[in-house]
Design a binder for this molecule. Structure first.
Ligand code: NAD
Length: 232
């Protein structure tokens, strides 16, 4: 079935990585609310199951699949779940990510660099690689990759910023490669959003979070719903 993406996401099938928490949970809820069937993917099983319960208690349809985006077999199984459970794949929000600890670049080692890039950048590539052929099969689709304000500025530590700048380059090139296949690609670049990732950073360094919050024009952290909402 080729889906007409100009007419919304009702009856489509979506996968959301990092769907067990924060922005990914909110995205999963929004997809379900709009009538899509959702494959919620996360390395955190408890968080993933909680998201499913929230969707089902609102009358939506979703399946959780434990997925580590650093593992190509897991990512392939995630996409296969969309095919097996719901017959195809139309939408993806490649959102799973890890945060930095604010260290300067000479202060972390190669393993920390590799880990950041593996999850935040290569993880998105692994997802795209598995998702795109299935979207082509459906005649088109739409993808959102989560970058960050750190993807367009010098915010965050160097490896986090590099990973998020990379997500933007990957998204731009995917758009060129697959424009003729009817797949749209966008990256979202949130500022500081009130999610467990940021709450943890606040617990680790409350002063730093206060300083960051004071520098936000609205004077407050963003809400995950402000990232995933389609209304103004
Ligand atoms: P979060 O920690 O609340 O959620 C991230 C989710 O990703 C978690 O459920 C976690 O288990 C999952 N995850 C981590 N590593 C994974 C892996 N290897 N495989 C699969 N799942 C994995 O954080 P969030 O704030 O909702 O972040 C979501 C995305 O938004 C991340 O990519 C983050 O970099 C980005 N982002 C967040 C902010 C912010 O201020 N919160 C700002 C800009 C960008």
């Amino acid at each position: 079935m080729a889906i007409d993406i100009m007419h919304g996401i009702q009856d489509g099938v979506a996968v959301v990585t990092g769907g067990g928490s924060g922005i990914g949970r909110q995205s999963s809820l929004r997809f379900a609310e709009a009538g899509a069937k959702v494959v919620v993917a996360d390395i955190d099983e408890d968080g993933g199951h909680e998201t499913i319960e929230m969707i089902e208690s609102d009358g939506g349809e979703a399946t959780f699949v434990r997925t580590d985006v650093t593992d190509s077999d897991d990512v392939a199984a995630m996409v296969q779940t969309a095919l097996d459970e719901y017959g195809g794949l139309d939408f993806a929000h490649n959102n799973a990510g890890i945060a930095d600890e604010g260290a300067h670049l000479a202060d972390y080692d190669e393993a920390e660099w590799d880990r950041m890039i593996d999850v935040n950048l290569k993880g998105v590539w692994r997802c795209l690689k598995a998702e795109i052929p299935e979207m082509i099969e459906r005649g088109g689709g739409a993808v959102v990759n989560t970058s960050s304000a750190a993807g367009v500025s010098a915010n965050g530590s160097a490896h986090y910023a590099a990973s998020k700048h990379g997500v933007i380059g990957l998204t731009r090139r995917a758009m060129v490669d697959y424009a003729e296949d009817g797949i749209r690609f966008n990256a979202v670049c949130p500022g500081v959003i009130d999610t467990p990732m940021v709450q943890q950073a606040g617990e680790d360094n409350a002063e730093e979070l206060d300083r960051i919050t004071a520098g936000i024009p609205a004077g407050r952290l963003g809400d995950p719903r402000e990232v995933t909402s389609s209304s103004p």
